[in-house]
Design a protein around this ligand. Structure first.
Ligand code: AMP
Ligand code: MG
Length: 429
C-alpha cells in the first residue's frame, strides 16, 4: 500500500550505521498520501497533514494574569505609594466596557479583560485597601501582570506544522484557538506475525519444548502506542511455503508487515528466503546491539488469482529474542513508521547520566545497555546496569528504566563516565 520503490531499502555497505539508516529512510521512503479531517477528540497520535495556522490571537484580548488592581502606570508616583479610587470591578468573562479614569484603579480578577486605559496590574497581596481606595506601592514595572493579546500566538502564525504528532498539549492548543478538527494523514496499517515452531499462544497447551509468544504482544502494544492500526495475524511455523503465502497475503492490505524470529542464518530461519520469493529483501545488518540482524524489504503485492501487480508493502523482520526485538523496534522500525506516517523524525536527546559500571564494546557499533536509575552516595543520579544482559531476558526490560546509548566511536568506559540515557517512556512514545 505504501509508496515504496523496490530499491528503497537498498544499501550495499557491510554494516549500516543507525544515522545512515535514518538518512536512507528519509530519502527513500515516501509517506502515505491520503488525508482526512478528524475531530480534536480522538486526534491524539495522529500526524498533522498540512500546516495549521492560528485563526485568532492567543490570548484573544489583553487580560490580567493575577487577582488584583488594574492601573495606568503613568498615574503612579515614582518615589512613594499611590492612593487610587477603586472605579469598578471586572471578573473573568465580564464584558470590558469599563474605562479607567485618571487616578482610578479597577478591581480585576485573573483572565478578565484589561479595562481601556489600564496597562499594569498590582497583585492583591501587594496592596492595602482603605474603603473605596486602594494604596499601591512604588516600583512596579509598566505592563506587570498584564497578558497581551497574541503574546502566546499571533493570528496567522503556524502553530502545528505538518508532520507534528498530536499529543495532548497540541490538541489543547488547537482547542484554545477555537479549532474543532484537524487535517491528518491516514493511519498506517501494520500486520504482525510471530514465527517459530516453538512459539505458542498464551492460554493454549504448551508442549515441553515450547514457549509462550511474547513478541506479538510487545509489538502490538508498541504499534498501537504509535497510532497505527494493527492486525495481529498470529504465529507462523518455520515453513518456507507457509511463510511466503502468509506474508504475501498480509502485504495486500497493509503498509507494513512486521515479523519476529527466523531472520538469522540458522537452518530453520526461513523469513529471509520467503521475502526473497515474494518481493525483494535487503538484509540490513544494522550496526546496533542488541538487535542485529534486522531484515528489511518490500513485498510486491499481487492480487490473488489474477497475478496483477498491486501496491507493495514494506517489510521488517525483527530478531526473535524479545529484548533484541524491542531495541530494534524502537531504533529501526519506529523511524521507518514515522517516515511512512508523514511524521517528522523524532529528536530524541539522550540525557547524560553517570554510569555506575565499566563497559567495553566494539567500535563502529551503537550499543544499548539496559539500566536502572538510582541516587548515588553523593546524591547524584547514576545508571546501574541490569545484572543479566542476555537478549532473551525479558525482566531486564521490566526491572530497568531505560537504555544507555553508547555511541559508535566509544570502545570502553570506566565507572563515572557520562553516557546518554533514553527512558523507555521516550523510546516507545
Ligand atoms: P530466532 O530469531 O527465531 O532464532 O529466535 C531467537 C530466540 O527468540 C529463540 O530463543 C526463540 O525461541 C525466541 N523467540 C522467538 N520468537 C519469540 C516470541 N514470539 N516470543 C518469545 N520468544 C521468542
Ligand atoms: Mg525461530
Amino acid at each position: 500500500m505504501a509508496q515504496l520503490t523496490d530499491d528503497c531499502f537498498a544499501f550495499s555497505g557491510p554494516l549500516l550505521p543507525l544515522g545512515e539508516m535514518e538518512r536512507l529512510i528519509g530519502e527513500r521512503v515516501t509517506p502515505v498520501a491520503e488525508t482526512e479531517r478528524v475531530p480534536l477528540r480522538g486526534a491524539r497520535g495522529r500526524v498533522v497533514a498540512e500546516d495549521v495556522k492560528a485563526p485568532v490571537d492567543l490570548p484573544p484580548f489583553d487580560n490580567s494574569a493575577v487577582d488584583g488592581y488594574a492601573v495606568r502606570h503613568a498615574d503612579l508616583l515614582e518615589h512613594g505609594e499611590t492612593r487610587l479610587v477603586i472605579g469598578g470591578r471586572l471578573t473573568a468573562g465580564a464584558s470590558a466596557n469599563l474605562a479607567l479614569k485618571p487616578g482610578q484603579a479597577i478591581r480585576i480578577f485573573t483572565g478578565a479583560a484589561m479595562p481601556a486605559g489600564a496597562d499594569t496590574v498590582f497583585m492583591q497581596e501587594d496592596v492595602v485597601v482603605d474603603g473605596d481606595h486602594v494604596i499601591v506601592p512604588k516600583g512596579l514595572k509598566l505592563g506587570a501582570n498584564r497578558r497581551l493579546a497574541g503574546e502566546d500566538v499571533p493570528a496567522g502564525q503556524v502553530v502545528l506544522p505538518a508532520g507534528t504528532v498530536l499529543e495532548p498539549q497540541h490538541i489543547a492548543l488547537a482547542a484554545a484557538l477555537g479549532l474543532t478538527d484537524i487535517a491528518v494523514r491516514r493511519r498506517l496499517k501494520v500486520a504482525i506475525f510471530s514465527t517459530g515452531d516453538e512459539v505458542v499462544e498464551p492460554g493454549s497447551p504448551r508442549a515441553g519444548a515450547a514457549i509462550y509468544d511474547a513478541n506479538r504482544f510487545l509489538l502490538s502494544e508498541l504499534l498501537a502506542r504509535l497510532g497505527t492500526q494493527v492486525t495481529d495475524l498470529g504465529i507462523l511455523a518455520d515453513d518456507p511455503d507457509a511463510l511466503a503465502r502468509a506474508l504475501q497475503a498480509a502485504a495486500a492490505g497493509h503498509d507494513l508487515v512486521v515479523t519476529s524470529g527466523g531472520v538469522s542464518t540458522g537452518e530453520a530461519d526461513h523469513v529471509r528466503s520467503a521475502i526473497e520469493r515474494i518481493g525483494r529483501l535487503v538484509f540490513w545488518r544494522v550496526a546496533i546491539k542488541p538487535g542485529r540482524p534486522v531484515a528489511m524489504g518490500v513485498i510486491s503485492g499481487s492480487s490473488p488469482g489474477t497475478g496483477a501487480p498491486r501496491q507493495s508493502a514494506a517489510f521488517v523482520g525483527l530478531p526473535g529474542n524479545p529484548v533484541a526485538a524491542f531495541v530494534t523496534f524502537v531504533r529501526v522500525v519506529k523511524p521507518l513508521l514515522r517516515r511512512l506516517s508523514g511524521a517528522r523524525p523524532q529528536s530524541l536527546v539522550p540525557l547524560p547520566v553517570r554510569a555506575a559500571f565499566a563497559y567495553r564494546k566494539r567500535k563502529d557499533r551503537r550499543e544499548y545497555v539496559r539500566v536502572a536509575l538510582q541516587r548515588g552516595s553523593d546524591g547524584e543520579i547514576e545508571a546501574v546496569k541490569h545484572p543479566q544482559d542476555g537478549a532473551g531476558i525479558l525482566t531486564s526490560l521490566t526491572e530497568t528504566d531505560g537504555l544507555l546509548e553508547f555511541p559508535e566511536d566509544v570502545t570502553a568506559i570506566e565507572p563515572g563516565a557520562r553516557i546518554g540515557f533514553l527512558s523507555y517512556a521516550a523510546l516507545i512514545g
